[in-house]
Design a protein around this ligand. Structure first.
Ligand SMILES: *Cc1c(COP(=O)(O)O)cnc(C)c1O
Length: 388
């Protein structure tokens, strides 16, 4: 029997064998011609996946939080006014992070399970001369999704840079960075990009790069300063090696493989696959009587779901039972609700078999926790949607 459990948390996720094989190839010099080629290919493919043909991509060793920091420290100067639109844990983190660079951080916080309405954002933008705003595409703590379009429109209308935390959405949810006019879109390797943890990935618009070039003060973060990284990205982009900090060589090789996979599937198909998987999962939970944190279908993410435990089910016991069924799920992340809900990642290369195995394990785990449901009803509902 396979001892390995299926990893269905919102990152790290299940990775493809060819991506993992790239991780285990003998490490080459970061200046070697074949590595230079892989790095350059990865930069080019990022622009295709982000749908940002004229964007400036960055690949830097670090986690998603480094990507958040990189966008902030390069674009914010002391005294600038910035606005954080928060739909959960990662919005709060962004506000904390931005306060390292300017004291003038305002937060618009969505009610639990909802997004901040666009007219409320617009009212706020009228009040001050904001330099930039940040928002989370999919907040991994709530599974609430923001529609980036109206927010990007407001950014253009009020001449405010827009920064999208796409850590739980890039290569899963629909994002058209250039068409929609978002200035920075970033992610981390271990989420829907489907590469083991360790890379911060970011694409900046021409407008963002110009704002950075026109800074009056030096960037207050040494490692993340674009002055250090832009020459490196430009060099690799034209297939020449360059050095600032040693790149995560094997992770970049794995990234090249995964981006190839993503483009082979096609980003449009990938968006649709995630929509279908997300819907099948949510509907399956609903027939079992589980409530979800997101208020409506419209604000429900497709890369992960966040159902509340039904009455009488203890989180710790439920997660242990699911693990015994071979599926690893995540507990809650929002401090105030931590023990009341769980999270299931269904992003990246997740397929029908993974999804059905997960739903089956959740049914069994619920029954083992004395929550009575008819065996198979969730699976039946999920299959109806997957087969449609
Ligand atoms: C995971 C995540 C982060 C943080 O990424 P790390 O790699 O854990 O630093 C930030 N924002 C969102 C939306 C995430 O899902």
């Amino acid at each position: 029997m396979k001892a390995r459990k299926l990893l269905m948390i919102p990152g790290p996720i299940e990775f493809e064998p060819e991506v993992l094989q790239a991780m285990s190839t003998p490490t080459t010099s970061h200046l070697a011609p074949d590595f230079t080629e892989s790095f350059g290919n990865s930069l080019d493919m990022m622009k295709e996946v982000w749908l940002a043909p004229s964007g400036q991509p960055f690949i830097v060793a670090g986690s998603g939080t480094l990507a958040m920091d990189m966008a902030a420290c390069n674009l914010v100067e002391q005294g600038d006014h910035v606005l954080v639109i928060s739909t959960g844990y990662f919005g709060e983190r962004y506000a904390d992070l931005l306060r390292r660079y300017t004291p003038n951080v305002d937060v618009l916080k969505a009610d639990l399970g909802k997004v901040v309405p666009a007219d409320q954002i617009e009212d706020q933008l009228k009040k001050k001369n904001y330099k930039l705003l940040t928002f989370t595409h999919v907040d991994t703590s709530t599974a609430v999704i923001n529609d980036p379009r109206p927010i990007a429109e407001l950014g253009k209308k009020y001449d405010v840079l827009t920064i999208l935390d796409g850590v739980c959405s890039v290569a899963g949810e629909e994002i058209r960075q250039e068409e929609w006019g978002i200035d920075v879109v970033f992610t981390a390797s271990q989420k829907a990009i489907s590469v083991p943890p360790g890379l911060a990935l970011l694409v900046a618009s021409g407008r963002a790069m110009k704002v950075w070039k026109n800074r009056k003060t030096p960037v207050a973060n040494y490692y993340a300063d674009w002055s250090n990284w832009l020459p490196v990205m430009e060099a690799y982009g034209s297939r020449k090696p360059a050095y600032f900090g040693t790149p995560a060589v094997n992770l970049v090789l794995a990234l090249e493989k995964s981006l190839q996979n993503i483009l082979r599937e096609g980003v449009e198909k990938r968006f649709m696959r995630h929509q279908k998987m997300g819907k099948a999962f949510r509907e399956a939970m609903k027939v079992a009587g589980l409530q979800m944190i997101p208020d409506t279908e419209q604000v429900s993410a497709n890369t992960l779901s966040a159902p509340y435990y039904p009455g009488g089910v203890q989180g710790k016991e439920f997660l242990q039972k699911a693990s015994r069924e071979g599926i690893m799920l995540a507990g809650g992340l929002l401090a105030e609700l931590k023990t009341q809900y769980f999270r299931v990642g269904h992003m990246g290369s997740v397929n029908r078999a993974d999804l059905l195995a997960t739903i089956g394990a959740i049914e069994s785990a619920l029954r083992h926790c004395s929550y009575e449901i008819e065996p198979g009803i969730c699976l039946k509902r999920a299959q109806e949607i997957l087969d449609s």
